[in-house]
Design a protein around this ligand. Structure first.
Ligand code: Q9C
Ligand code: ZN
Length: 341
């Protein structure tokens, strides 16, 4: 299987996030993608290609123009005020506060963020535009006839909605990939999100549409991040009604329960009969993940890949979460090898 990868992901290296009452080093680190790339190479998964530049037009197909402009200019505006540290929001436009977009960069940071765990840094813009290009280049390769392609995207994307960042995500790489498939002539695309956390951003982007089927298996938002979306009764809206499937599972769910749920989701994908599949590939479902509570083993990831491969669809995998850094490569590449078996 081909891997698309850019070193520019390293430009996003946030310093700290608030965990258990103190600032701790970010879980979402450059070493994550480095480890995955190392495993791709050592296992001989296949060639590793640099992304091609696609510009902002495909990003603007799924993200709000004001949000994109904010991301593009925020660091320069932040440092122009003498601030040289990571930009993190400290308040939110919550109920009954005015929804007008603030003028000040700090107010805009709050307006366009869903949490305070997603540091905007000097390198965020070049890193997220490179990640979008990685996802788009993977779609170029699918269009050229590849059966499966691995977009080694970092930072991840599935928490990023049309007009907000959060959960370590800025651009929704999987959504950009899915939209690009449609723009190249696909009639229907399915997105299967197997990250431990609900893909709230992807759901947000396609909630009112029937040309993208979104399915997410995740820790129950009743107790798990992102808390405010990802419940089983969110089915879609308008034309999108019936095209959104959430499978929240209790945090301590067994591996057997997880795979039974995967079987249900795969059944819905078969019924939809899409032209292509995008997988939001988080491996934070791993038993050793430091911020998540499912218990998949490394060999379970082979089985996951095999079952996705059984759909027989052209498939782009976009890397999402996974914070057990040492085994992240083994787990991710197991999915990809399982798919190719
Ligand atoms: N104490 C992705 O996996 N913070 N994002 C959780 C846990 C946010 C995860 C804090 C987790 C976001 C792409
Ligand atoms: Zn996650």
């Amino acid at each position: 299987m081909l891997t698309i990868y850019s070193d520019k992901h390293r430009l996003q290296h946030g310093k700290a996030e608030l965990i258990d009452g103190t600032l701790k080093p970010c879980f979402e680190t450059p070493s994550r993608a480095d480890m995955v790339l190392q495993e791709v190479r050592s296992r001989g998964l296949g060639p590793v290609l640099e992304p091609q530049a696609h510009g902002l037009a495909p990003v603007l197909r799924v993200h709000d123009a004001g949000y994109v402009e904010f991301l593009q200019t925020a660091w320069q505006r932040w440092t122009a005020m003498g601030r040289d540290y990571d930009a993190l929001p400290k308040m939110w436009q919550i109920r009954r506060l005015r929804a007008a977009i603030p003028q000040h960069v700090e107010g805009q940071l709050c307006y366009y963020s869903m949490d305070c765990g997603t540091p905007l840094t000097a390198g965020t813009w070049p890193a997220i535009t490179a990640a979008a290009d990685v996802a788009l280049t993977a779609i170029d390769q699918l269009a050229a006839g590849q059966r499966g392609v691995f977009a080694l995207t970092r930072p991840p994307g599935h928490h990023a909605a049309r007009d907000y960042c959060g959960g370590y995500c800025f651009f929704n790489n999987a959504a950009i990939a899915a939209q690009s498939l449609l723009d190249r002539g696909a009639k229907r695309v399915a997105i299967l999100d197997v990250d431990y956390h609900h893909g709230n951003g992807t759901q947000d982007i396609f909630y009112q549409r029937d040309d993208v089927l979104f399915l997410s298996i995740h820790g129950d938002p009743a107790t798990e991040y992102p808390f405010f979306l990802g419940f089983a009764d969110e089915h879609g809206e308008g034309a999108g009604l019936g095209y959104n499937y959430n499978y929240p599972l209790p945090a301590a769910s067994s591996v057997a329960m997880w795979f039974a749920t995967l079987g249900t989701a795969l059944g819905e994908i078969r019924r939809y009969a899409p032209d292509a599949l995008v997988v939001s590939l988080g491996v934070d479902t791993f038993e050793g993940d430091p911020i998540s509570r499912f218990s998949l083993t490394s060999t379970d990831f082979l089985r996951l890949g095999e079952q996705i491969g059984g759909l027989g669809l052209p498939t782009a995998f976009c890397m999402e979460g996974g914070y057990a850094v040492e085994p992240i490569g083994l787990n991710a590449v197991n999915v990809l090898e399982g798919f190719s078996m």
